[in-house]
Design a protein around this ligand. Sequence first.
Ligand SMILES: [Zn+2]
Length: 105
Amino acid sequence: MITEEQYQKAKSLVDQYEEQRSKELVENLRCIGCKKPVEPMDGLLAAPTELERSAWDGGTVALVRFGYGSRLHDGDAYYVALCDGCMLAAAGQGIIIQSSSTTLL
Ligand SMILES: [Zn+2]
């Protein structure tokens, strides 16, 4: 059993770690197509392990997993940033597949 003070001290350390880790991940996110930064909307950043749930200004971040058949290791996962312009261009060229009944613009 830990005391309330020990709990608060440990929680503070975890919060500081999460904040630092979040900044490291966000600074490195660039569109996979044009390399422009894809930045989080102010104050809406999800946990560093759930970046696909955040709101992104002018784009999105997706979690991509590689499985059996890939030359990457089975189960490898990456956060991939895409800007709206590159996504719409790819859709217009028919090189991406749209999911379900949602539409792009
Ligand atoms: Zn782009």
